[in-house]
Design a protein around this ligand. Structure first.
Ligand code: SF4
Ligand code: SF4
Ligand code: SF4
Length: 365
């Protein structure tokens, strides 16, 4: 509630009731408000705006709703990833603290137990091998090239929040590293929250993010709206995934790491960089005399490939999981699938408890 009050005024919150996850024109939003027994004119007057269109545009300019400029239409978006990431221009210590406690108090678990994942994890370039026959939606270069030139970059709101809380990110000193595409890119550029990137500059940025060991996390769409570059500490959602006993159960991924004991020199670089604490170093066996080596805990591995980039001798690689996870085409399809696969409260509770206790679960269909 505190977060909602920080983001919306009262009339804005009521106007949001006239929207849903599909883009609506001003006229359609007005009709939806009327059907709910709300007067658009009264809400516009209360907000001190000239008309419903300008009120909706003002809400979009605050990052509370998404605006599609080409059709002058508006849609709701999730709090994470969505509204919160677009608060970059008006981020405060208070909003950061409220969001962190909201994540801890249940929203994080709520996000992990939707019937369809809202984000995915894709492998870094160094971890991709031809034999993976990787799909375009799992390949960051194809994601960037497929955006049709609508690419922008903005500061990572989680790391900016961590700065405000006095706990700066340990993985990178850069802040401008979140890429957005399509409607999100239009919004970011229109409101001046970030800057435009050419395809080439976006590929370079993705490369740099990968060299720093950041995890590539796009929205769960074949035509994604964003490509985050997360670490296990600053990103609220990654922290919740990491807190699970079996993070792999809660992530949409098509890959998993596997180590080669005969090549491993037990330097520990992979274990230090893994954002999920998915690699343990086995000590030398006194009984068999086996050399120390890295071992991947399958249930903790989310297939980001960051360890592969860190392993100089090439003793760790990604393998493709037998089950292939194919994302919905775009935002509308994702939201439809989310609605169609919404679990019951009972199932959600079972998934949450299972995740915390380490019982194998499969929340995403
Ligand atoms: S990159 Fe990760 S840490 Fe940054 S805004 Fe995106 S989700 Fe949050
Ligand atoms: S072991 Fe860790 S770093 Fe390697 S792919 Fe799995 S989660 Fe990523
Ligand atoms: S980085 Fe490579 S060589 Fe070093 S411990 Fe990990 S798997 Fe072994």
């Amino acid at each position: 509630m505190r977060i909602l009050r920080r983001l919306f005024t009262k009339p804005e919150a009521r106007v949001a009731l006239g929207l849903n996850s599909s883009f609506r024109t001003v006229g359609e939003a007005e009709t939806a408000l009327t059907l709910r027994g709300l007067s658009a004119d009264a809400l516009v007057a209360e907000a001190g705006r000239a008309d419903l269109g300008s009120l909706l545009r003002a809400m979009a300019a605050k990052g509370n709703i998404l605006m599609r400029g080409t059709t002058n239409s508006f849609a709701l978006m999730p709090f994470v990833v969505g509204m919160y990431e677009l608060q970059i221009a008006r981020l405060s210590k208070e909003l950061t603290a409220d969001t962190a406690s909201y994540m801890r108090e249940g929203y994080g678990l709520e996000l992990l137990t939707t019937g369809t994942a809202q984000t995915r994890i894709i492998p870094i370039g160094a971890a991709i091998r031809p034999e993976h026959r990787i799909a375009d939606y799992d390949e960051f270069r194809e994601i960037i090239r497929g955006a049709g030139g609508k690419i922008a970059v903005l500061d990572c709101v989680c790391r900016r929040g961590a700065d405000l809380a006095g706990k700066p990110c340990k993985a990178t000193e850069r802040r401008e590293l979140c890429m957005v595409f399509r409607d999100f890119a239009d919004t970011v550029l229109r409101e001046g929250w970030g800057r435009s990137l050419t395809e080439e500059a976006a590929l370079e940025l993705a490369d740099l993010n990968q060299r720093e060991g950041l995890v590539m996390r796009p929205s769960n769409e074949r035509e994604p709206q964003f490509l985050c570059a997360c670490c296990g500490d600053c990103c609220g959602l990654m922290a919740v995934i990491k807190a699970m006993k079996r993070p792999a159960d809660f992530v949409a991924t098509n890959h998993r790491a596997t180590s080669r004991p005969d090549v491993c020199v037990a330097c520990g670089a992979c274990a230090r960089i893994c954002p999920m604490e998915a690699i343990v170093m086995d000590a030398q066996s006194e009984r068999t005399g086996k050399a120390p080596r890295a071992r991947v805990l399958k249930a903790r591995c989310v297939g980001c490939g960051v360890c592969v980039g860190a392993c100089k001798p090439g003793a760790i690689a990604l393998e493709r999981l037998p089950r292939r996870y194919e994302p919905p085409r775009n935002t509308e399809a994702l939201l439809e699938r989310l609605a169609a696969t919404r679990p019951t409260l009972w199932r959600k509770a079972r998934l949450g408890v299972g995740g915390l206790l380490g019982i194998p679960v499969r929340p995403h269909r």
